[in-house]
Design a protein around this ligand. Structure first.
Ligand SMILES: [Fe+2]
Length: 186
């Protein structure tokens, strides 16, 4: 696999892990009286908003646009995925607002939070699968070396604050949870 696609796929694995942690918290919410760990969820949503929107998506936007430029008939999946990046950004924002409301003790109906979060998890999962199954293979067939270099350069040289070498303080709760599960080195 092309190194750029490898890196994007590995971002997806990290995101999938975080969605899994989020889904587990929601299951606790649905089946017991214990409150979910909203601080943990807030960190997850913050990480997704911050790192994914800022580093991962811009790279994919360029990747899909370059792929579309090679096609006489644009593949609908590419235009759909580009549109979904905007939708996911809005959704991510909405989820964050809702979690912040709970955090600040606003009365948000339990059912409503649960539904919003589950929709967000499902949408993100479906989006990543479509990228890996349909969009990345198209790009892999069509892009030339100079285009791959452009996509590589679109990745800002930012350190990943969670899955990089050091877990930054603002994401310490997710770091602890992943370590408990043996998913990050202790
Ligand atoms: Fe992606």
């Amino acid at each position: 696999m092309n190194p750029v696609l490898k890196r994007l796929t590995s971002d997806h694995k990290n995101v999938a892990l975080l969605l899994q942690v989020m889904a587990e918290e929601l299951n606790i919410f649905a089946t017991s009286d214990r409150k979910p760990d909203f601080r943990l969820m807030r960190e997850i949503v913050e990480y997704l908003q911050d790192f994914t929107q800022d580093v991962h998506h811009p790279q994919e936007d360029l990747l899909f646009e370059l792929t579309l430029a090679h096609q006489e008939t644009p593949a609908p999946v590419l235009t759909r995925l580009l549109k979904e990046h905007d939708e996911l950004r809005d959704m991510n924002h909405a989820v964050r607002v809702e979690i912040d409301q709970i955090y600040n003790d606003a009365m948000v109906p339990r059912r409503e939070i649960e539904q919003t979060l589950r929709r967000f998890i499902q949408m993100t999962r479906d989006h990543m699968s479509a990228e890996e199954e349909a969009a990345y293979p198209l790009a892999e067939n069509l892009l030339d070396e100079s285009e791959w270099q452009q996509v590589e350069a679109a990745r800002k040289s930012r350190v990943d604050p969670l899955f990089g070498k050091v877990v930054e303080a603002e994401f310490s709760r997710i770091g602890d949870r992943l370590r408990e599960r043996g998913l990050l080195p202790g």
